[in-house]
Design a protein. Structure first.
Length: 277
């Protein structure tokens, strides 16, 4: 029996490629996480940028706790099984009245993983709605890989500005409106995107990418991931340690090495050697 989701929820994920909303955190927990992020940003002199938006759970204890949150993992286990790795995580932040957007795309296109048994858990730390650029999904699009093209649009939050090379009918879009603490689950092949933030406040989401331990990286060097539940019987990934403290010196060094390696996979064939956003 499922631990968290209903049998109908699991079937909806398998047939449509997504499920939401899922109550993952309380409003106070979401507010606390936003506060921790913005306290770091105040000390750092501005919004979190570049490589620090990627795999920040290797740098901050409170994000490492989040990728291991039992309520989150219960929902993931219901679909991917009991042995789980956190392969990556990223902040997706749109500032108030920000032209940044996310083009229609499928995550699997550039990640280099050998099979599509990959789930993104997108957790809202602020409201996510049509005004501030919530995600939108194309139901059933996870059943096939579509061709993509790179645009490197400066306002695109994606690494390569990648977008599906065919027109997606906006009339088919399902808008993923969430309250703080709620999350959505989506398949690595699900076509999704989001519009700019037209509101007067930030839209902050934290995306966590989970894989079963039998998934492998087949592009680039040997990869690493964080074992968050169960047992790794395969050993395809080096296991990443939790940071002893926020921005610990050894954690910063490890994060730099891991994100440098990740850039080579995500930007392979382009000549780009650092995160754009």
């Amino acid at each position: 029996m499922p631990r968290s989701l209903s049998a109908q929820d699991v079937e909806r994920y398998r047939s449509a490629g997504y499920h939401f909303p899922v109550d993952l955190l309380s409003r106070s927990e979401a507010a606390e996480l936003r506060g921790r992020l913005e306290e770091f940003e105040r000390r750092n002199g501005g919004p979190i940028q570049g490589a620090m938006r990627h795999k920040p759970h290797l740098l901050f204890t409170w994000l490492n706790d989040l990728v291991r949150h039992p309520v989150v993992l219960d929902a993931v286990e219901d679909i991917l099984g009991p042995d789980l790795l956190c392969w990556a995580s990223s902040f997706f932040i749109k500032e108030a009245s920000d032209p940044s957007f996310v083009s229609w795309h499928q995550d699997a296109t550039y990640w280099g993983l050998d099979r599509p048994d990959v789930m993104t858990v997108w957790i809202a730390l602020t409201p996510a709605n049509r005004i501030n650029g919530c995600m939108k999904f194309k139901p059933g699009s996870h059943l096939q890989q579509l061709a993509h093209k790179d645009t490197f649009d400066k306002n695109n939050l994606l690494t390569r500005g990648q977008e599906i090379a065919v027109t997606v009918d906006e009339a088919d879009a399902v808008y993923v409106e969430l309250e703080p603490g709620q999350g959505s689950l989506h398949h690595v092949l699900l076509a999704h995107g989001s519009a700019p933030n037209l509101s007067g406040d930030r839209r902050i989401g934290y995306a966590i990418r989970y894989i079963p331990t039998y998934v492998r990286q087949i592009a680039g060097e040997r990869d690493s991931a964080t074992l968050v539940r169960g047992v790794d019987r395969y050993g395809y990934f080096d296991h990443e340690p939790a940071p002893a403290s926020d921005l610990a010196e050894d954690a910063l060094a490890l994060h730099a090495a891991i994100t440098e390696r990740s850039v080579k996979v995500l930007y392979r064939g382009t000549g780009v050697n650092e995160y754009r956003s």
